[in-house]
Design a binder for this molecule. Structure first.
Ligand code: HEC
Ligand code: HEC
Length: 329
């Protein structure tokens, strides 16, 4: 075969391949367009919450709280979220039922901060099927879960005005969100998963550099001058959240910290890298936290999130791997 002929044959093969590829792509696009493939696999939870993300949420102005009895309840609820411990802490004026932390220590700015575990989605998505308990829960039950776990305390009772008030405030905050929708900035912002286990030793270095200044080397924190609530809350030890709390899961901790700590930053100005956030989460959650009997959680183990650190599991990963990763399959 002479040189020119060879070139021509090669060119026509190339053309054929390109043509075939183009036809292939066209067929695939048409199939997607006419719904030949479905990508979602709705669960019973999706039937209750339609996870439609609406981008815009600004909390209503506090001036909008009505000047009537209902408004008084909402205002009391906000006060309880901001200064929980003054009323419900170990020396609380209402009744001691929690560990001294305030709801707003995690639900930043009174539950209004973007990616600061805000309450924007609550009014629109509760009551909802809670996968952890496999039951339908309302807002008050969800509040009690945080009291029992994040505040390592004792649940409030139906009829307690404090429970009514916190629920009233939280529902008022989300009153303008269309039913079933979850605004952008609710919950957590996802992080890049590491291809190695998160490392408590590296995490301690991050902690010493970026966290000790406020939270203290042994997580001793610092009290406000009123002696009733924290200025800088502890992140591990007897006064911190227990092992059944959301923050005891690595991803929830890492995401919260990346987009909110050191205190004062926002999701638009993170200081830690994803890697540092995972490692500092591993360090803090490798340190002691109060115990909690959570044997009744996750009756359906196939629904356990990947970073739930207690077995039994539906897969063959160890508890160690479910706690620290790597979470990449
Ligand atoms: C400048 C002080 C400051 C620094 C530095 C700081 N924090 Fe915080 N942190 C706070 C304050 C204040 C709160 C409570 C916020 C509130 O109540 O409004 C908080 C809350 C928290 C919480 C939730 C409540 C709790 O105690 O469990 C965690 C977790 C946390 N910080 C982790 C960290 C980590 C990890 C670092 C280092 C990467 C860090 N923080 C750096 C001041 C700080
Ligand atoms: C130590 C941190 C921490 C403290 C303190 C805390 N929570 Fe939570 N709370 C969480 C985390 C983490 C979640 C789960 C958020 C998620 O999964 O997106 C959560 C979720 C919630 C939700 C459901 C939000 C939603 O969109 O589904 C409510 C309501 C709530 N908390 C109320 C409270 C109340 C009221 C208090 C105080 C009595 C409180 N929390 C104290 C960490 C905390």
């Amino acid at each position: 075969m002479d040189k020119d002929k060879l070139l021509l044959t090669r060119l026509s093969t190339l053309l054929n391949i390109t043509l075939l590829l183009t036809i292939g792509i066209f067929i695939a696009l048409a199939a997607v367009h006419f719904g030949a493939f479905t990508f979602s696999n709705p669960t019973s939870a999706d039937a209750i919450i339609k996870e439609v993300i609406t981008p815009y949420w600004h909390p209503p102005s506090l001036n909008e709280i009505p000047s009537n009895e209902e408004g008084d309840l909402i205002r009391y609820g906000r006060e309880l979220i901001m200064h929980t411990s003054v009323y419900l802490g170990p020396k609380g004026t209402v009744k001691p039922s929690s560990n001294g932390m305030n709801c707003r220590n995690c639900h930043l700015d009174g539950g209004t901060k973007t990616f600061g575990y805000n309450y924007s989605a609550v009014a629109a998505t509760y009551p909802q099927l809670r996968k952890r308990s496999n039951t339908i829960i309302d807002v008050k039950e969800r509040i009690n879960e945080c009291i029992e776990r994040s505040l390592n305390g004792t649940r409030l009772q139906q009829g307690d005005i404090e429970l009514d008030a916190m629920a009233a405030y939280i529902l008022w905050l989300g009153k303008d969100v269309p039913k079933g929708q979850i605004p952008e900035g609710a919950g957590m912002k996802t992080l890049v998963l590491l291809d190695r286990p998160a490392d408590p030793v590296k995490g301690k270095i991050v902690f010493d550099q970026h966290c000790v200044e406020c939270h203290g080397a042994n997580s001793e924190g610092e009290m406000e001058s009123n002696g009733l609530e924290w200025k800088y809350p502890p992140v591990f030890g007897n006064h911190s959240y227990n092992v059944g709390a959301g923050l005891y899961r690595l991803e929830k901790f890492a995401s919260f910290v990346k987009y909110n700590m050191p205190f004062g930053i926002s999701y638009e100005s993170p200081v830690l890298t994803d890697e540092e956030a995972w490692d500092v989460a591993a360090y803090v959650n490798s340190m002691p936290h109060p115990a909690k009997d959570i044997s009744a959680d996750w009756p359906d183990i196939t629904l356990k999130p990947f970073d739930h650190p207690f077995g039994p599991f539906a897969d063959n990963w160890s508890e160690e791997r479910h706690k620290y990763g790597p979470f990449i399959k």
